[in-house]
Design a protein around this ligand. Structure first.
Ligand SMILES: NC(=[NH2+])NCCC[C@H](N)C(=O)O
Ligand SMILES: [Mn+2]
Ligand SMILES: [Mn+2]
Length: 303
């Protein structure tokens, strides 16, 4: 197996959603031995610690709605700028940025940093949700439901222009996998732009291995692939420590098999692992499973 220079970047933000605890996700995952276990696979792993902006999520969730209806806009923007710079620096060192969250709004920052280098980035978005709302379509104002919308250049300019101006991703370079809870505006947007989307029904029908294989084919012309893995894509029977659970998800054993296919292509250049919330978990089980997912992202196999 080839050695990957992995930078673990903790992204302890919670400003993209209302529940307390998701800012503790990175440390909960570290406590399960993330660095040691990726090192044991033969990789060179460096833990860059946690990224902080001017505001600290653990002091409460502020919950200010701005005039565009966005919750905690100032905090999310500030955090995204800092994270984007950290991720960009990791890529400049020729390392693999592995961003551990934190809520899914962090992908605005991580992907903004990555697309500075990979201008034709492909994204595999594995999630129960589409996260493709924007300030106009969101029913909640929670920015963790908007990262893809923002990265595609929709809604509030102040979010879209984070780190560098304009849209960061192309519609044809995104594949959604495992979705089963889309808002009305999200469904319309996906259809309007012909975004490749494998719903949970598609995953059940085809199997996750086949879906990942098809998704990789769809992203063939991209200059790199980023994985954004929301733990709520997994079935709540197996994953409890996450803030927006939806029944009928992917089972861990299927996910590991799919990740094995993905990692063996060696096309991944970066990844986010998000929405681990130890305060609503059962004895840190979700963080432990997040480490198992991480091992498979980085080439663990069953033999
Ligand atoms: N990353 C997540 N867990 N996102 C949940 C989003 C839920 C809902 N669609 C919203 O916009 O608020
Ligand atoms: Mn989700
Ligand atoms: Mn998500």
């Amino acid at each position: 197996m080839s050695v990957i220079k992995i930078d673990i970047i903790g992204a302890p933000t919670a400003f993209g959603q209302p529940k307390l605890g998701v800012s503790l996700g990175p440390d909960a995952v570290r406590l399960c031995g993330l660095k040691a276990r990726l090192t044991a696979l033969g990789h060179e792993v460096s833990d860059k610690g946690n990224v902080y902006g001017k505001y600290r999520a653990e002091y409460g969730n502020h919950s200010e709605r701005n005039e565009e209806g966005l919750m905690n806009f100032v905090q999310v923007k500030d955090f995204s700028e800092v994270l984007a710079n950290t991720v960009e620096a990791s890529l400049n060192d020729k390392h693999f940025p592995f961003i551990v969250g934190g809520d899914h709004s962090l992908s605005i920052g991580s992907i903004s940093g990555i697309t500075k280098k990979y201008s034709n980035l492909g994204v595999l978005w594995i999630d129960a949700h589409g996260d493709i709302n924007n300030s106009d379509t969101s029913p909640t104002g929670n920015i963790h439901g908007m990262p893809l919308g923002v990265l595609l250049g929709e809604g509030s300019r102040r979010l879209v222009d984070i780190h560098h101006e304009g849209a960061k991703l192309k519609h044809e370079n995104i594949v959604l996998i495992g979705v089963r809870d889309l808002d009305t505006g999200e469904k319309a947007y996906i259809k309007e732009h012909g975004i490749k989307c494998y719903t949970m029904s598609d995953v059940k029908r085809l199997g996750l291995d086949a879906v990942i294989t098809k998704a990789l084919k769809h992203l063939e012309s991209c200059d790199g692939i980023h994985l954004s893995l929301d733990v709520d894509s997994l079935d709540p029977l197996e994953i409890q420590g996450t803030g927006t659970k939806v029944d009928g998800g992917i089972f861990l054993s299927d996910m590991l098999s799919g990740l094995n296919i993905l990692s063996s292509t060696k096309r991944l250049v970066s990844a986010d692992l998000v929405e681990v919330n130890p305060l609503i978990d059962n004895c840190n089980e979700t963080a432990e499973k997040a480490v198992i997912l991480s091992e498979y992202i980085f080439g663990q196999s069953q033999i």
